[in-house]
Design a protein around this ligand. Structure first.
Ligand code: SAM
Length: 274
């Protein structure tokens, strides 16, 4: 039996063998703690019939644990230098497919169709590159992929905003955007010491479970998200002031905006987060 990838000793061995140097610009902070990885994977509640999609496998630390529990794993990795390494480290796991691609440019829907024939239950599980956390999450949600949910590591501060409840200072347009598609929970706070190299910020794991039905019925999603983003444009301003200054022709349409707020039972002096 080989040792798990996610230990300090094995990770160093692999990095040395390939002369790999971390690229900060790609958010490369690898996990070196099998315990933490197992707890992350627990939160995904995979069965041996599940499919798993990973973003950024690195040298395969999380991929390996996913491969042990899911029926099939598909991982998107942007850094070409990691491909031969992954081929080596993941050779004991024939149920893993690594795709060399920037996930933001990939046609994930098409890949899912091609790779997951047998798996109806698919989860995204990832230790995300922190420089693109939000674009990746929003892409996965907006494309309405046929997934059950997402379990991912990210900056604690972003996790706090995503899972925030109305009325708190963290609550904002990102909370609304993510919670429109999913039930969002922070399930773990993770110390810096489990990464190599250690990141500068604190980390957390969130779990997003897709709603069957969105919590509010929306006729025009683009307009809905424009309104929610506008409501928080300047946090100290009232909702009325934010909407009139941010929406197109808002100033001329102040009276209609006031009427709409009144009709919705929202006092115009309130702030977006309430
Ligand atoms: N999963 C590994 C682990 O937990 O040890 C590595 C996680 S590391 C935080 C992020 C990984 O995402 C790196 O391997 C990096 O090269 C990759 N990555 C960065 N940007 C990416 C993108 N746009 N598409 C796909 N992978 C990306």
């Amino acid at each position: 039996m080989h040792k798990d990838i996610a230990t300090p000793v094995r990770t160093k061995e692999i990095l040395d063998k390939y002369g790999f140097s971390f690229k900060k610009s790609l958010g490369q902070n690898f996990l070196i703690d099998t315990n933490i990885l197992n707890r992350i994977v627990d939160h995904a509640e995979l069965t041996d019939h599940s499919g798993a999609i990973e973003i950024g496998p690195g040298i395969g630390a999380l991929t390996e644990q996913l491969a042990k529990r899911a029926e099939k794993v598909v991982a998107f990795e942007i850094d070409q230098r990691l491909l031969p390494i992954l081929e080596d480290t993941l050779s004991p796991y024939p149920n893993v497919k690594v795709i060399h691609s920037d996930v933001l440019k990939a046609d994930v829907q098409a890949v899912m169709k091609q790779e997951f024939n047998e798996q109806e239950d698919v989860m995204v599980v990832a230790n995300l590159p922190y420089y693109v956390t939000t674009p990746i999450l929003m892409k996965l949600l907006e494309e309405r992929l046929p997934i059950r949910g997402i379990v991912c590591m990210l900056q604690k501060e972003v996790g706090d905003r995503i899972s925030a409840k109305p009325g708190t200072k963290e609550y904002g347009s990102l909370s609304i955007a993510v919670q429109y598609y999913t039930k969002a929970e922070t399930v773990m706070i993770v110390p810096k010491t489990v990464f190599m190299p250690q990141p500068n910020v604190d980390s957390a794991v969130i779990r997003l479970t897709l709603h069957d039905e969105p919590p509010v019925k929306v006729k025009d999603e683009d307009f809905f998200f424009r309104v929610t983003r506008s409501s928080f444009a300047q946090r100290r301003k009232t909702i009325l002031n934010n909407l009139t200054s941010q929406l197109p022709d808002g100033k001329q349409k102040k009276e209609s905006i006031q009427a709409a707020l009144q009709q919705a039972g929202v006092e115009e002096s309130r702030r977006g987060e309430t």
